[in-house]
Every structure is written in structure tokens, then in C-alpha cells.
Design a protein around this ligand. Structure first.
Ligand code: NIG
Ligand code: FE
Length: 420
């Protein structure tokens, strides 16, 4: 198998050593004049350029001369697959309507549900492809993608099919999540309990069977719930997540985006992979989360997109010893942002993360939020060769700069893609 050596990185950020909890966040595992040896889709060796060039004299060479080399971003919370847009709601919000008011009026998520139900798989794929491409150009090598704009078994499966199709196309890798509990569909308005029954008794088993029939060799998708007043309350969220767990699905939750309902503590109790949003999370819930394996995923693009003042209490989460990750939450309502680089810039300003902390939260900890920390999120022998080359001389430019793309090349599973 062909061997490639990426050498003379001014700063090679390995992020070696596993997910970074609490105040340990921000250990970049930095090697000056570093090199990475890649065989096929895997990392073979990591070290100093002088040593590795000597050890692998026949390898094809990529001179990173003074640039930053780091793991690809893992974006662990997105709603990438949708049809249409909601630019009109942006204007409504600027005029004073809130996000949840627009949803209660039948807009918001439900407006995207109408457009997504009406779209064919081909239309969904072709509307989503440019967003996937932008995310990849900005350095996202693996992205979680949720359903949740269908809200019937059939149309949720259509979204899963679009996710699987885009994953097959590559180069960005997609990790699916079933979010049938994203909103109460119009045909169940006022009958949330009946929709929860449908989810537990028909949709979850239906997704499970479909998955095993369609892609038996792939890991089951995550199951996620929007736990919020106006969507699903804590007891309903528990029912859905417990039913999912009973079928073997790994779990996630949207918690405390607008109100503190206790979703984060529920995630910790059930051993969910992550609890996401976490803006209004109480000190007790932060403690519960921090003493569990559940990763706290912060989505600063969302309060920014909604022009709200409050962000995830990241410092409290770190002080409590939690594992903090960052994601875009890209969706047509609250955060149409493909760029993890912009999310890092927001995290540094609004949550006072250092650039080093933000980088770790967007790579190794983000991989942990997808239960893929063994293969993704760091540059270590045996891991998948997903790397970025940034055309800057110091890693602090991530976070410091925003609005332009600092990535010059993406290496995905050992293949080099010039992107800028
Ligand atoms: O994570 N809050 C729920 N879901 C998304 C928004 C989805 C939408 O508005 O279309 C979120 O912010
Ligand atoms: Fe979300």
C-alpha cells in the first residue's frame, strides 16, 4: 500500500491521549517540525520530520512547510439534510417574534417539515450536497447528521437514505441520527402523547428493522429528542429515549436550549453519548453531566444565529470536570453555518475558551460525542488519516480569525484534497 509523509509542519497538533475532561481541555500534543506517515487510509507513524523522513525514504512527500497540521474537525451535531430555506423567518425574528413563537404558529421546524416531505430523495441530496461540500472545504472531515424534518416513518427514512447516499459519495463522512422527536407533526397537533406512542411503538422499531435490512454492516444511528417546552417534555423524552435504548440505539438529547427541563441529567442517567445545546443548564444538571460519560456539546452558532445573549456555561462545565465539545448545529432555522472555524471563533469570545481548548473541543472531544474517539479526532498511529493543513504559522489563528477559510488542504482517509 502506498505510503505518504506529510512533513515539516511548523506545528503538528496531534491531540493524542484521548478525550480531554474539565480543565485538562486544551492539550494539543504539539510537535514542532512534525511529520505524519500515512499508509492507505490510516496513520502509521507520528513524530519529528527529520526522524520520519529518514525512516520512510521511499514515501511520497507532502511538504507542509511551516503550516499547521491538525486532525480534521468532527462536527457532532447537525441538521444538514433539509429542503428549502427560512430566510423569511430571520426577518420575522428581527422584527421581534421568538423562535418558539414561530414554531407555535406552524412555522419554524414545521415549515421545513413541509418542504422536506415534498422533496424527493434526489432533491434532498442535491440541495444538501453544496452544504456538505462547504463544510468539507472548511475542514469538517466527519459530521453527524440528524433526520427530524419528516416526522413520519417514511419521510424520516427518506432523510436517512439521503444521509447514507451523501456518505457514500464522500469525501466527508456522515454519522446518522434519528430525530423523529424533533417536533410534533401537524397531524398530531394537541396530541403529543399519541405521537410519542407512535414513535415508541412503530417508528423506532420501524427504523431499527429498516436499518438492519438496508445497511446491516453499519452501526445503528443515534436517537435524539428535542426536550423543550413546545416540543417534548422530560417524561416524554425519557419514554422515547428508553424505548430507543431498549432497541439498542445509542442516545443523544437536545437539552436546555431555551428552558431548563432536566434533559442533561436524563442524558447522564441513561448514559447518552452527548447532551447538546446546554444554554439554560442548572448547576445540578451540570454536576450530573460532569460526573457521567456523557459529552456536553455546545452550539454557539445557535444563540448567535438567534441573536440571543446567553451561551453555554462552558467555564462551569469545565470546572465541574465535564467533557466539552463544539458543533455547528447547521440547520435552516437557528444556525446556517457550515464552518467549524467560525464556531471556534464564537466559542473563544462568548465562552472564553482559549484557541487550544476550542481546537480540542472540535476534534477529539467531538469524536467522543459520536463514540468514535478510538478512530477519529486525533493524529495517532492506527487512527484514520483525517487531517487538515492550515495556511497559518500558529494554531492561535484558529479562533482569532473568522469569516475566511484558513484550511488549504484536507486529507480524508489518506487522500489529499486541495480546498482553497
Ligand atoms: O438544534 N432546536 C431544535 N432543533 C434545531 C433547530 C432546527 C430548526 O429550526 O429547523 C436546533 O436549534
Ligand atoms: Fe440541533
Amino acid at each position: 500500500m502506498e505510503i505518504l509523509i506529510v512533513h515539516h509542519a511548523g506545528q503538528l497538533l496531534t491531540l493524542a491521549g484521548g478525550p480531554q475532561r474539565g480543565q485538562a481541555l486544551g492539550d494539543l500534543g504539539l510537535i514542532e517540525q512534525g511529520a505524519v506517515v500515512i499508509q492507505g487510509a490510516q496513520i502509521l507513524a507520528v513524530g519529528r520530520s527529520t526522524d520520519l523522513l529518514k525512516a520512510y525514504p521511499q514515501a511520497e512527500r507532502f511538504d507542509a512547510h511551516g503550516k499547521i497540521v491538525m486532525p480534521g474537525f468532527v462536527d457532532p451535531h447537525t441538521h444538514l439534510v433539509w429542503a428549502g430555506d427560512r430566510a423569511d423567518e430571520f426577518t420575522l425574528r428581527l422584527e421581534g417574534k421568538t423562535y418558539m413563537e414561530i414554531l407555535a404558529m406552524g412555522g419554524g421546524i414545521l415549515s421545513t417539515v413541509r418542504a422536506t416531505r415534498a422533496a424527493s430523495i434526489e432533491e434532498l441530496v442535491s440541495q444538501t450536497r453544496p452544504r456538505a461540500r462547504e463544510a468539507f472545504r472548511h475542514g469538517t472531515t466527519t459530521m453527524e447528521v440528524k433526520t427530524g424534518y419528516g416526522l413520519t416513518l417514511e419521510s424520516e427514512i427518506k432523510q436517512l437514505q439521503a444521509i447514507l447516499a451523501l456518505n457514500r459519495e464522500g469525501p466527508m463522512e456522515l454519522v446518522p441520527t434519528f430525530l423523529g422527536a424533533h417536533a410534533v407533526p401537524p397531524e398530531y397537533q394537541g396530541r403529543t402523547e399519541a405521537y410519542v406512542d407512535l414513535l415508541c411503538k412503530e417508528m423506532l422499531p420501524g427504523i431499527h428493522d429498516w436499518w438492519y435490512h438496508e445497511v446491516p454492516d453499519q452501526r445503528l444511528p443515534f436517537v435524539d429528542v428535542f426536550c423543550e417546552r413546545g416540543a417534548f417534555d422530560l417524561a416524554q423524552s425519557r419514554r422515547i429515549l428508553e424505548a430507543a435504548q431498549g432497541l439498542g440505539f445509542p442516545l443523544k438529547i437536545h437539552a436546555d436550549e431555551f428552558e431548563n427541563l432536566g434533559g442533561a441529567a436524563l442524558a447522564a442517567e441513561l448514559g447518552a453519548a452527548s447532551a447538546d445545546h446546554l444554554v439554560k443548564t442548572s448547576p445540578d444538571d451540570i454536576r450530573a453531566l460532569a460526573s457521567s460519560q456523557t459529552v456536553a456539546v455546545s452550539l454557539p452558532g445557535t444563540p448567535f444565529g438567534l441573536n440571543e445573549a446567553e451561551y453555554t456555561p462552558a467555564q462551569a462545565i469545565l470546572q465541574a470536570g465535564g467533557t466539552l465539545a463544539l458543533a455547528t448545529d447547521i440547520n435552516p432555522g437557528t444556525s446556517w453555518c457550515e464552518s467549524m472555524q467560525f464556531i471556534l471563533a464564537l466559542a473563544c469570545r462568548k465562552m472564553r475558551l482559549t484557541p487550544a481548548q476550542a481546537i480540542a473541543a472540535a476534534t477529539i472531544n467531538a469524536a467522543a460525542a459520536l463514540q468514535r474517539q478510538d478512530t477519529l479526532g486525533s493524529i495517532e498511529p492506527g487512527k484514520q488519516a483525517d487531517l487538515l493543513i492550515l495556511d497559518v504559522n500558529h494554531y492561535q489563528h484558529l479562533g482569532y480569525r473568522f469569516g475566511t477559510n484558513l484550511v488549504s488542504h484536507v486529507i480524508k482517509q489518506g487522500r489529499i484534497y486541495p480546498v482553497n
